[in-house]
Design a protein around this ligand. Structure first.
Ligand code: ZN
Length: 191
């Protein structure tokens, strides 16, 4: 009889410990999530304040450590091409107004001590429009210009002979793809 009692007690103790463990674990993960939310909220507050200071007083000056992002929107396709760069020598120590005067072909979209975004629009297509064609039995990549002209960029090592009839027909018409990601994905499909 005593044996049964001990086993029963042990089982109950284990069950309590197990439940306690689950409770503590759940509490911990909830806390971590809350912390993350707080961090995010703090970050948003920070960026807001920086932007506010920058635009209201114009006292922020460009440091050599900032990042400059050049954005060009091509009006024919609507794509925005971004180039990240370091600060040009002639930008250092300029405030927002001085930068506006010097780089007057751009709009200043963001101006703070860490990041400057310069934006402009250009006519035509961006350089990320491609056409895939059959070139002597291989898939070739052409770059498409706004006027419809195609410039050969690269002949790949992908052989077209063994492709299904429908793909060969599509290549004869020319397969248009936008952006490097789509280009790579399409090529992978044919490899
Ligand atoms: Zn484009």
């Amino acid at each position: 009889m005593k044996k049964y009692l001990i086993i029963l007690l042990l089982t109950i103790t284990f069950a309590i410990l197990f439940a306690l463990g689950i409770y503590i674990y759940q509490n911990n993960t909830a806390n971590i999530k809350q912390n993350e939310n707080v961090k995010l909220a703090n970050y948003e507050n920070q960026t807001n304040t920086i932007e506010f200071i920058a635009t209201s007083t114009g006292e922020v000056k460009i440091t050599p450590n900032a990042t400059v992002i050049y954005q060009t929107k091509y009006t024919q396709c609507g794509h925005i091409i971004e180039n990240k760069s370091t600060v040009e020598e002639d930008m250092v120590n300029l405030n927002e107004n001085e930068l506006k005067e010097k780089y007057n072909e751009y709009q200043i979209k963001k101006f703070d001590d860490k990041e400057i975004i310069l934006y402009k629009e250009e006519k035509g297509l961006c350089k990320e429009h491609y056409v895939l064609r059959n070139y002597n039995g291989y898939i070739a990549i052409y770059n498409l210009e706004a006027n419809g002209k195609e410039n050969l960029v690269e002949v790949t090592s992908i052989v077209t002979n063994y492709l299904p009839e429908i793909d060969i027909e599509r290549l004869d018409i020319g397969i248009r793809v936008n952006g490097k990601q789509e280009l790579n994905a399409t090529l992978e499909d044919y490899e």
